[in-house]
Design a protein around this ligand. Structure first.
Ligand code: FES
Length: 67
């Protein structure tokens, strides 16, 4: 794979604390297919506690502190 093609790859990974990090050009849509505006890199909520779904709002940190 060439360096040029690597630049176009989207990187998606789950952080150990819960958020799902997305880096690269993607279309994020709601269940009806409407595009959801987002920055080039963002975190999706993977814990279900965010008040601004589908994005992480750091609510997972509060839950981790309770444990
Ligand atoms: S992963 Fe951060 S609020 Fe859910």
């Amino acid at each position: 794979m060439s360096e040029e093609s690597n630049e176009r790859l989207v990187r998606i990974f789950r952080k150990p604390t819960g958020p799902i990090r997305v880096e690269g050009p993607v279309d994020l849509t709601d269940p009806e297919g409407n595009k959801i505006p987002h920055p080039p890199a963002f975190s999706l909520c993977g814990c279900g506690l965010s008040q601004r779904m589908p994005f992480c709002d750091s609510s997972h940190k509060n839950e981790a502190q309770k444990a």
